[in-house]
Design a protein around this ligand. Structure first.
Ligand code: C5P
Length: 394
């Protein structure tokens, strides 16, 4: 994507370097425009080195062949304004186009992500609030500011969002909102089946795949409920996803059942324990007693239960994590559990659990699609595309 990063004059301007660097590493073409005040905080040369492109500061032309605001606004597919000072927000809100940043903003008609940064008093001032409302009505996608310690030493809301968060917000802003009005329930991670308060039966699933699906669905406008086992790293979850933490398979079934009212889709990415100890000791069991036989009870199959209860009214998507014959196993699971699709993937030493990429196949009623050498985020994107197509076809 072709992205213009617009920088205004605040101390957070140095963090815009990281935004540019992340965008470039993510494969985007980036051009930077700065207000003259921003150029007092960070030298244009820094952005030139990071983006590999000339940087525009002066309206009446810069050295080194920087392109003008009209051409830049036409070239851009997205605009990221970071940091946006109170003064810049006021100029943007009133259309006071006097510098490169405001000029590009006014000439551009695509998605705009803005990361304000200012002292807490300025952020909470009625004038800034009014300007913010105007900009939001214009369709600007706001990210932050966050609460924390300011450069002045004050603590409050006004710190610019982290570069990683700004890049994620850009992805949100440019994603199609094809799932708006839909609800997806996603299960993720391993479940814990306690023997006693300190010992449990579980597996190595980290829930990365389920989180990738939930994040993608939320990004595309779906109301998304993530029923997450204890192994899931919750700080990787998109802020618009509703998280329902659970421990055991029985808890997971209860939460899924309640979340499924009014939902359109269930994606069962959790690695649910097949069994649980029939009895859970109230206190820690001491060593001599550990070796005794523990009677095990089978856990309910959550996705099969839901597929039976909703019999074809909602989309049901399961996963098959296999060490061999993943496609055959997925076809069998799809049939036996009554699912619309099963995503098969290979797991084992060095692959699958806890790894960012994997080998996967999407097995549906229409056939088998190989998703070769994909990251889990790419696999999630393909799966959500498929869900979106199916929901539209209904
Ligand atoms: O039968 P298997 O565990 O291999 O099936 C995997 C699929 O079934 C996954 O989608 C998983 O989330 C789901 N599952 C479930 N409840 C269980 C076991 C598996 O929902 N008790």
């Amino acid at each position: 994507m072709r992205v213009v990063v617009a920088v205004s004059g605040g101390i957070a301007a140095y963090k815009a370097c990281d935004v540019v660097s992340r965008l470039v590493k993510g494969g985007h073409e980036v051009r930077v425009v700065m207000t003259p005040a921003a150029a007092q905080f960070v030298a244009p040369l820094t952005f030139r080195a990071l983006s590999g492109q000339s940087v525009s500061v002066n309206v009446d032309g810069d050295e080194g062949g920087a392109i003008g605001h009209v051409a830049l606004a036409r070239w851009a597919e997205a605009l990221v304004i970071a940091p946006a000072t109170a003064s810049l927000m006021a100029r943007l809100a009133t259309g006071d186009a006097r510098d490169m940043v405001t000029l590009v903003y006014m000439g551009f008609r695509g998605p705009v992500v803005m990361a304000p940064a200012m002292e807490p008093e300025m952020w909470s001032h009625p004038r800034t609030i009014a300007n913010r409302i105007v900009l939001e009505q214009d369709g600007v996608w706001l990210v932050g500011p966050e609460e924390g310690r300011m450069a002045s030493g004050y603590i409050g809301v006004g710190r610019m969002a982290e570069p990683e968060t700004i890049v994620e917000a850009l992805q949100d802003a440019v994603s199609p909102h094809d799932l708006a009005g839909r609800t997806l329930v996603v299960t993720a991670g391993a479940t814990w089946e306690h023997f006693d308060p300190v010992r449990l039966l579980t597996n190595p699933s980290t829930g990365m795949m389920g989180v990738a699906v939930a994040n993608q669905a939320a990004r595309r406008g779906a109301r998304t409920v993530l029923v997450a086992g204890p192994s899931v790293t919750l700080d990787t979850v998109h802020p618009h996803v509703e998280i329902r933490p659970v421990v055991s398979a029985l808890d997971m079934l209860t939460e899924v059942r309640s979340a499924m009212h009014g939902a359109d889709v269930l994606v069962g990415a959790a690695a649910v324990s097949d069994f649980r100890p029939e009895q859970v000791a109230e206190f820690k069991v001491h060593k001599p007693d550990i070796a005794r036989d523990w009677a095990m009870a089978p856990n309910p199959d959550i996705i099969r239960t839901m597929a039976t209860e909703y019999g074809g009214q909602k989309l049901m998507i399961g996963f098959a994590a296999e060490t061999e014959n993943p496609v055959e196993q997925a076809q069998k699971k799809r049939r036996e559990k009554g699912l619309d699709a099963v995503l098969a993937n290979l797991v084992g030493p060095g692959r699958g659990f806890g790894h960012g990429s994997h080998q996967a196949w999407l097995v549906t009623g229409e056939g088998v699609e190989e998703l070769a050498g994909q990251t889990k985020a790419e696999t999630a994107q393909r799966l959500v595309d498929w869900i979106s197509e199916r929901l539209r076809g209904r």
